[in-house]
Design a protein around this ligand. Structure first.
Ligand SMILES: C[S@@+](CC[C@H](N)C(=O)[O-])C[C@H]1O[C@@H](n2cnc3c(N)ncnc32)[C@H](O)[C@@H]1O
Length: 333
């Protein structure tokens, strides 16, 4: 096993995200996926504002505390999940913010570190936990879960068509040798899954699925969007950068329904009626742009990880937040 390379994370779609947030003096922003602090730094450099950076990974928090010295009294990092941002900000004495940015998924620092177990390119322990909120490692999931449940995870979170075959092979292999390393799993996948014509590594979808499951990434996203809706002041802006269709679909659906872009007759009815009927609620957001914003060709050529990024953005209005999927303030179900 090799040691972690200390390569900084290159923020994706940074200019476009700043164009959405339009940082201004005196305002308060949340960077819900702090990472190496690329977004937070740019926001703080653009205006004399304050940023609360949230990350579940203790290593990101160490970077954040270091960075906070450059911006005395203006940057504070909070350990935890962005789905809990209402509580985290509340504990810091903040009830309203002017912008929330979410840059979903893993950072380069996480994926490039073999010891974290996110990558099939280098051998390392099969862990995949980003940090807080994840209890089981990917190895524990593979070694204990029933074949049907494993197959569902691979299909639902990796859109892996060979999910049943892979799950059966995992269950058969683990009876001889329990899974402990990324190399073991990558080896099985290369044996079982045919290489696709587009050259995508046969391990890609399964690794993505396990990572999403281990960290409950889609549950976090649902809670985080709802929490941002609660926290944003009128005219406050939300910018979400996603990296695959499972994420983007959820962001799109959330913003379309909250902005009244999906069929909803609420705009024509008095609030007293709409508030009691989930089908007839007042929009709580205005879409800044109807579709997703894509990275430029220049960004993709300088940072290939930007390739699949999609930015969606909306502005909060003064209407009350909709009840969330949990209790509306990002609580875990
Ligand atoms: C793509 S990176 C963000 C990079 C950051 N924008 C930058 O410029 O450095 C995603 C970060 O979000 C964190 N993260 C992912 N899901 C999270 C969640 N639900 N709550 C808090 N942090 C999360 C990861 O640990 C990782 O550090």
């Amino acid at each position: 096993m090799t040691t972690a390379p200390e390569r900084p994370h290159t923020p994706v779609m940074l200019k476009e995200t700043l164009d959405v947030l339009k940082p201004r003096d005196g305002a308060v922003y949340v960077d819900g996926t702090f990472g190496a602090g690329g977004y937070a730094t740019a926001i703080l450099e653009t205006a004399d504002c304050r940023v609360f950076g949230i990350d579940r990974d203790p290593r990101a928090l160490t970077i954040g505390r270091e960075l906070a010295r450059r911006f005395p009294g203006r940057l504070r990092v909070l350990g935890g999940c962005y789905g809990d941002m209402v509580r985290l900000l509340g504990e810091a004495g903040i009830e309203r913010v002017d912008g929330v940015a979410l840059d979903l998924g893993v950072s380069s620092m996480q994926i490039d570190d073999p010891e974290r177990g996110f990558s099939f390119k280098n051998d390392g322990p099969l862990d995949m936990r980003m940090g807080q909120g994840a209890t089981r490692t990917a190895a524990q999931v593979l070694n204990t879960m029933a074949a049907d449940d494993l197959a569902d995870i691979l299909f639902d979170f990796g859109e892996e068509r060979a999910s049943r075959r892979i799950a059966a092979a995992i269950v058969s292999d683990r009876a001889r040798t329990p899974f402990t390393t990324t190399g073991q799993l990558a080896g099985l996948l290369r044996r079982i899954v045919r290489k696709s014509k587009d050259g995508i590594d046969p391990a890609t979808r399964t690794f993505q699925a396990l990572r999403i499951f281990v960290n409950d990434e889609l549950g976090e996203l649902e809670r985080g969007l709802s929490a941002a809706e609660h926290l944003l002041a009128p005219r406050g802006r939300l910018a979400v950068v996603s990296f695959h269709s499972l994420e983007d679909r959820r962001v799109k659906k959330f913003l379309q329904s909250r902005s009244g872009a999906s069929a909803n007759p609420s705009r024509h009815l008095p609030q007293a009626i709409t508030a009691n009927d989930p089908g007839l609620r007042e929009p709580s957001f205005r879409l800044i742009k109807r579709g997703a914003i894509k990275p430029t060709a220049a960004e993709i050529s300088s940072n290939p990880r930007a390739r699949s990024a999609r930015l969606r953005a909306a502005e909060r209005n003064g209407s009350p937040p909709w009840p969330g999927d949990a209790d509306g303030i990002g609580a875990r179900s």
